[in-house]
Design a protein around this ligand. Structure first.
Ligand SMILES: *[C@@H]1O[C@H](CO)[C@@H](O)[C@H](O)[C@H]1NC(C)=O
Ligand SMILES: *[C@@H]1O[C@H](CO)[C@@H](O)[C@H](O)[C@H]1NC(C)=O
Ligand SMILES: *[C@@H]1O[C@H](CO)[C@@H](O)[C@H](O)[C@H]1NC(C)=O
Ligand SMILES: *[C@@H]1O[C@H](CO)[C@@H](O)[C@H](O)[C@H]1NC(C)=O
Length: 191
């Protein structure tokens, strides 16, 4: 029981999500809610981006106050006829063990604009500060999202305690556009 059982459930949930999006075309419910762990936010880093699509993509991580970490995000798309509604993301989790991040059996795909609409990870709050207020961009214009904080209640349930890295690969019509990595811990202080 315990950890092993949780891992299994977690794995099953995500395998299901992957099959549903890849095969059935049946929308999986990504309207996550959890209240059994806290997230210790570390940072988000940019790994690479395609300069044919983006001129700029920056994440700044800072302490918003004593207890809360926030991000400022700046980006500028330069692709002709870029339709943000077609931006798809695959998230792959890695768990820290024996001094390195190792592939963890959690992988799922979602549409960027859907994720904002469903408030996954708290993404709905993108519009609260800055000028990225709708899920669309104009070519060559710079957009800012400021003071964004993740909403831990909008993360998937049943994730085992530990340190994680999640790699988010964004693609547009099957072409890789940008890859970012988020680092943080799943903490259950009183478990
Ligand atoms: C830090 O900011 C968050 C988000 O606004 C707020 O919920 C929290 O109470 C603040 N914490 C402190 C110690 O001010
Ligand atoms: C968003 O704000 C920044 C700086 O405040 C500005 O440079 C940029 O042009 C704005 N973008 C749009 C689409 O209005
Ligand atoms: C984040 O963005 C806000 C609004 O533009 C700005 O006031 C603040 O200084 C920025 N914080 C950092 C750490 O860059
Ligand atoms: C997180 O999301 C939940 C559910 O949408 C909402 O009730 C809550 O106010 C949000 N928390 C923060 C800190 O924004």
């Amino acid at each position: 029981m315990g950890q092993t059982h949780l891992m299994f459930v977690f794995f099953a949930v995500f395998m299901r999500s992957q099959f549903c999006t890849a095969q059935d075309k049946e929308p999986f419910n990504f309207n996550f809610f959890q209240n059994d762990y806290h997230i210790d936010t570390e940072r988000i880093e940019l790994v690479r981006y395609d300069k044919n699509y983006l001129k700029r993509y920056e994440f700044r991580t800072f302490k918003y106050n004593r207890t809360c970490t926030a991000f400022n995000i700046t980006f500028c798309y330069v692709m002709d006829h870029f339709d943000m509604k077609k931006l798809e993301i695959v998230a792959q989790a890695y768990k820290f063990a024996s001094n390195e991040y190792r592939l963890f059996p959690a992988r799922f795909g979602f549409n960027f604009c859907d994720a904002i609409q469903k408030n996954m990870f708290g993404m709905e709050d993108f519009r609260n500060c800055g000028n990225f207020t709708r899920c669309s961009v104009e070519k060559g214009k710079t957009y800012h999202v400021c003071n964004w904080k993740i909403n831990e209640s909008k993360f998937p349930p049943l994730i085992p305690t530990g340190r994680y890295m999640i790699e988010f690969t964004h693609s547009y019509l099957s072409h890789e556009v940008v890859v970012i990595r988020g680092y943080g811990g799943v903490v259950r202080p009183f478990a």
